[in-house]
Design a protein around this ligand. Structure first.
Ligand code: BGC
Length: 244
């Protein structure tokens, strides 16, 4: 059965839709709730339970993108989610608290998988970098279509902090940056990761990818940078694909 519930847990919102994982498309409308604050396991599970009820999907397999380093379903970092998640085995935790088998992967890896198969990365060999610009910056790195998981390129250090605190869409909003100021900052970040990895293609995801034409003029590498085809839906679709 290729129809699965895909969930994308983000620092600001939790989004879900039923996905046809073989076609890489939504088969229902998307439902979105704000990420509860604090975003503790109990509070987030409550939202997941609500989504399972909304879609009448209890007891069936779910694919979930999560904004952390995830190895074998276990959370290893918490930048935009409550620290109490660290060390939690999400498979076991959601089985107990949501009553479903939940396959959990890093959110940017999930978005990249969807874009590689059904979006802008389709048929692209060489090195492809998916960068999701949301509350933080997530990265999905692919070599000849194969994912190198958990790359965390939003956490490269910059000044006294990390790049996602300067170039994410969250930073743009928090610091009330103009499109020009943010676009130039993002450009600097993209040039930096380009220097490190020499990607053949860089796909920009996250909600702000819809607005690419507003900040494209500040980007130098427009020949290899492109907004995601699935925009902010890639994470939901990829999570369902990876669960399948
Ligand atoms: C997290 C990543 C995540 C990204 C986007 C970062 O802060 O460390 O794991 O992919 O945010 O949500």
């Amino acid at each position: 059965m290729s129809e699965l519930l895909g969930i994308d847990v983000g620092g600001t919102g939790i989004k879900a839709a039923m996905v046809d994982s073989l076609k890489g498309e939504f088969i229902t409308e998307k439902i979105k709730y704000p990420t509860p604050q604090p975003s503790t396991p109990d509070n987030v599970s409550e939202v997941l339970n609500q989504l399972v009820d909304d879609f009448g999907y209890r007891g069936k397999k779910i694919g979930c993108g999560f904004p952390s380093i995830i190895k074998d379903n276990v959370v290893h970092s918490a930048s935009n989610i409550d620290d109490s998640w660290i060390g939690v085995d999400l498979g076991a935790y959601f089985q107990e608290n949501v009553g479903s088998e939940v396959v959990v992967v890093n959110d940017a890896d999930a978005a990249g998988v969807a874009e590689m198969q059904f979006g802008k990365g389709r048929g692209q060999s060489g090195t492809v970098l998916m960068l999701t610009l949301g509350t933080g910056i997530g990265s999905g790195l692919f070599r000849d279509g194969i994912l190198v998981p958990n790359t965390e390129l939003g956490h490269l250090t910059y000044k006294d902090s990390i790049w996602e605190r300067y170039a994410s869409n969250g930073a743009r909003k928090k610091k009330h940056l103009s499109w020009k100021a943010w676009g130039k900052m993002l450009n600097k970040y993209i040039n930096h990761v380009h220097f490190l990895f020499s990607p053949d293609l860089i796909i920009l995801g996250g909600g702000v990818s819809k607005k690419y034409e507003i900040f494209e003029e500040y980007i130098d590498l427009t020949d290899i940078v492109t907004p995601a085809e699935m925009q902010n839906n890639a994470g939901i679709i990829g999570a369902a694909m990876m669960a399948l």
